[in-house]
Design a protein around this ligand. Structure first.
Ligand SMILES: *Cc1c(COP(=O)(O)O)cnc(C)c1O
Ligand code: SF4
Length: 379
């Protein structure tokens, strides 16, 4: 057994551990354990500095998860975009391929709580069905291995999947979404990177949420991946008490760059059952973005997105940089809130059709609707 697999067998993974090691009350501990799995490997556990700190909040269950908040357990309507159980096909040219439901740690804020940790949910047949679906759909050129955490698979199984995908001529790129470099960097072994290298172009998106996660171990894991020619991106979830602070976020983004990771997305927290206590107002995310852009390397700046409830995909949000238009001038402000005017060009008459603002569609995509109608309906 490899070191990382041994580490997975240690650590916290039961109601009993919560009671004995963290002083949880018995009924609450048992309820929490049935609602969403508990797993904290010893490496991630060792990053905790004090109860309730940003590491603790991400991994130690919280009584607030039990609140019956009436929120959906599938907020992104992933199940309705699943032609086969292991595939989420929402965008025209790319799919999520859910290859395992296991993770090396169960994050308390996880959007896929409904699926993750349930070992019955993904089986070999589903993986086979996923590969067949991708093979039958030539419009798919980008496959994102997701889960769960695909690096929970053994190197052998992962290689079978990669090989299967590489036999499909229309697959251009393969991405792997994994939290391992952050939560169990011991998973990144020489053997693993040697195998991954054979299936280029491979991209990895990892998931760091706090500067304390940027340890020497994590850095080493990322360097091994980068040295194997794998470009690394990062997705961060904006969470109350964890990273809802511009200084913390700035430090995290800068640290990621030193680990050769390019920040990719900053997610507004999804509206998922049992995770509502992590949510922040959108104004907080915009404030953070405002304090990043211009104040540090452009490379350190992720896209701030809302994954639209109901399955609309990721929608980017930006602070207001356009103050308005005055005649043909567009009035802008920079990162220091200084005002600038850019003399825009008059539009060519030929470009007035189609109109500058495309018509909005209702969610089912059929009927056009005006801005005024949308706002009145939403009130
Ligand atoms: C996030 C996501 C993708 C990938 O989106 P990119 O913007 O290309 O990174 C693809 N499919 C689904 C269902 C997603 O949620
Ligand atoms: S690693 Fe990702 S999929 Fe697994 S529990 Fe954490 S957020 Fe959810």
């Amino acid at each position: 057994m490899e070191l990382w697999q041994e580490m997975l067998r240690q650590g916290v993974d039961s109601a009993k551990d919560l009671i004995e090691r963290f002083g949880f009350e018995e009924v609450a501990a048992r309820k929490l354990n049935t609602l969403f799995h508990i797993r904290i490997n010893p490496y991630y556990l060792s990053l905790i500095r004090y109860p309730g700190d940003p590491i603790w909040l991400q991994c130690i269950p919280d009584g607030q998860e039990l609140k019956d908040d009436g929120l959906p357990d599938d907020p992104l309507a992933e199940d309705s975009h699943s032609p086969v159980p292991s595939i989420v096909h929402r965008y025209p040219d790319r799919v999520l391929f859910l290859t395992t439901s296991q993770c090396s740690m169960y994050c308390r804020f996880c959007t896929r709580k409904r699926k993750v940790g349930d070992s019955k949910k993904i089986i070999m047949k589903y993986i086979q069905d996923g590969i067949s679906y991708i093979a039958q759909h030539p419009e798919i050129r980008d496959v994102i291995l997701s889960g769960g955490d695909p690096l929970m698979l053994t190197d052998y199984l992962l290689e079978r999947i990669l090989k299967g995908l590489r036999e499909i001529p229309h697959i251009e790129i393969i991405r792997i979404g994994t939290r391992m470099p952050c939560v169990l960097p011991q998973r990144i072994t020489t053997k693993l990177v040697k195998m991954l290298k054979k299936y280029h172009p491979i991209y990895i998106n990892t998931h760091f949420n706090h500067p304390w996660e940027c340890t020497p171990e994590a850095k080493r894991a990322c360097e091994m991946l980068a040295d194997a020619g794998i470009p690394l991106g990062n997705q961060t979830v904006l969470m109350k008490g964890v990273n809802d602070n511009p200084d913390v976020m700035l430090e995290l983004m800068r640290k990621l760059l030193t680990m050769r990771i390019r920040p990719y997305y900053l997610y507004q927290a999804d509206v998922t059952k049992g995770t509502d206590y992590f949510r922040t107002p959108v104004s907080k995310g915009l404030e953070i973005m405002d304090k990043l852009r211009g104040h540090t390397s452009g490379l350190a700046i992720p896209y701030y997105v809302i994954d639209a409830p109901g399955g609309g995909g990721k929608i980017p949000l930006l602070p207001q940089y356009v103050i308005g238009r005055a005649g043909k001038n567009i009035i802008l402000r920079n990162y220091k809130y200084e005002i600038f005017t850019y003399p825009d060009l008059e539009e060519e008459p030929a470009n007035h059709h189609p109109p500058v603002e495309k018509p909005f569609m209702r969610k089912n995509g059929s009927k056009k609707v005006t801005r005024k109608e949308i706002i009145e309906e939403a009130l």
